[in-house]
Write a protein that binds this ligand. Structure first.
Ligand code: TXA
Ligand code: MG
Length: 332
């Protein structure tokens, strides 16, 4: 198959040398290809090609003021496109490749299109760990802008099948690399000012960052947004992860007509739930994170008008899980 594939349908590529070569060729040709990372599936386009990036916004129906993350096969190539202070260097060394995105000032000759960075003078850079992702990025030979491969406002995809549900017929190809194992998106840290700021909790925990830096990382301060130095994370729209059903958090029981999203022991009333999904019988937060988005999709198709969610501890990956659940529950 060449880069000139039929536009009217989305090709399902396998994670073979052939599939990876086709994905790379399509990306170089300015086409859209969804591919697995260790966090969630990304919808990739050549970050240096404004037209290709624009096609992401169209396919996702995403508000175009959202800046995108540029993905690289290795830390060395990522570091050429941003200005890294000591903190950024430390974090890159400790967590790349891995589920961490660093927002840093743009390097002078950074080729990332203004559309991908939404006109900001900073860029979000990430080196994923997933071997298939890295192979595609190497093959593409250009930074790849990739938001999660779902329609805007929907739950992020952790299977190629989820991508097809949202984007079939709208993008050139999906490369099927099986289930993503982290399941929540990367942690985003801005290293613009003296102190790094946590823009989004994710696959690298606050505790792990503290261990590397020797101090607690600050949260993004919404009251500080008037300060032009403060990095903005417009992607943090409050209802970002929205199933069609309503979402009720910290449930202590399951009401008639509800679907149950459990963590550990079943809640009273679970037997009568419209559907149920246990994120982790053993209360393991990594397992829960990996299952979270698939669970929301599954329960949403049960027809229940509300998903009742058991409370989940806030430590470690629990912070990212609770962040996504709060967005799913936000009024819309
Ligand atoms: O795990 C992930 O990060 C996935 C996979 C595919 O890599 N990608 C992902 O991308 O979650 P997306 O587009 O859904 O989230 C990108 C986030 C948004 O919240 C956006 O606002 C923020 O990154 N962002 C990007 N550039 C930024 C910048 N220059 N300053 C502040 N925030 C930025
Ligand atoms: Mg997303």
């Amino acid at each position: 198959m060449s880069a000139h594939v039929d536009d009217s349908r989305t090709h399902l590529l396998q994670a073979t040398p052939d599939g990876i070569a086709t994905a790379g060729a399509l990306l170089r040709a300015g086409r859209l290809v969804a591919f697995p990372t260790e966090t969630v599936y990304g919808l990739g386009a050549d970050a240096t090609n404004g037209k290709a990036v624009a096609a992401i916004y169209t396919a996702k129906e995403r508000p175009s003021f959202n800046p995108l993350i540029a993905h690289y096969p290795d830390a060395l190539s990522a570091m050429q496109h941003g200005r890294f202070n000591n903190t950024a260097k430390k974090l890159a060394q400790a967590f790349w490749p891995g589920p961490l995105t660093l927002v840093v000032p743009k390097a002078e000759n950074c080729p990332i299109s203004d559309l991908a960075s939404a006109g900001l003078d900073s860029v979000a850079l990430r080196v994923p760990q997933h071997p298939t992702a890295r192979a595609i990025l190497r093959e593409a030979g250009t930074p790849i802008a990739a938001p999660s491969a779902n329609r805007s406002g929907r739950v992020s995809p952790t299977l190629a099948f989820h991508v097809m549900q949202d984007l079939d017929g709208r993008i050139a190809a999906v490369l099927d690399g099986g289930e993503t194992h982290v399941g929540v998106e990367s942690t985003i840290v801005a290293c613009i000012n003296d102190r790094p700021v946590l823009l989004r909790p994710g696959g690298v925990t606050r505790e792990a960052i503290k261990e590397v830096l020797g101090f607690d990382i600050d949260d993004v301060d919404p009251g500080n947004s008037a300060n032009s130095d403060a990095p903005i994370a417009p992607g943090q729209l409050s209802s970002h992860y929205a199933p069609k059903a309503a979402v009720r958090l910290n449930a202590s029981d399951i009401q008639p007509g509800e679907a149950a999203l459990l963590f550990g022991a079943p809640l009273p009333g679970t037997d009568n739930a419209v559907a149920q999904f246990n994120l982790s019988q053993e209360r393991d937060l990594s397992e829960a994170a990996a299952q979270l988005f698939a669970a929301l999709r599954t329960l949403d198709t049960s027809g229940a008008n509300c998903i009742a969610v058991a409370s989940i501890p806030h430590d470690g990956l629990g912070e990212a899980i609770n962040d996504r659940l709060q967005r799913a529950a936000a009024p819309r």
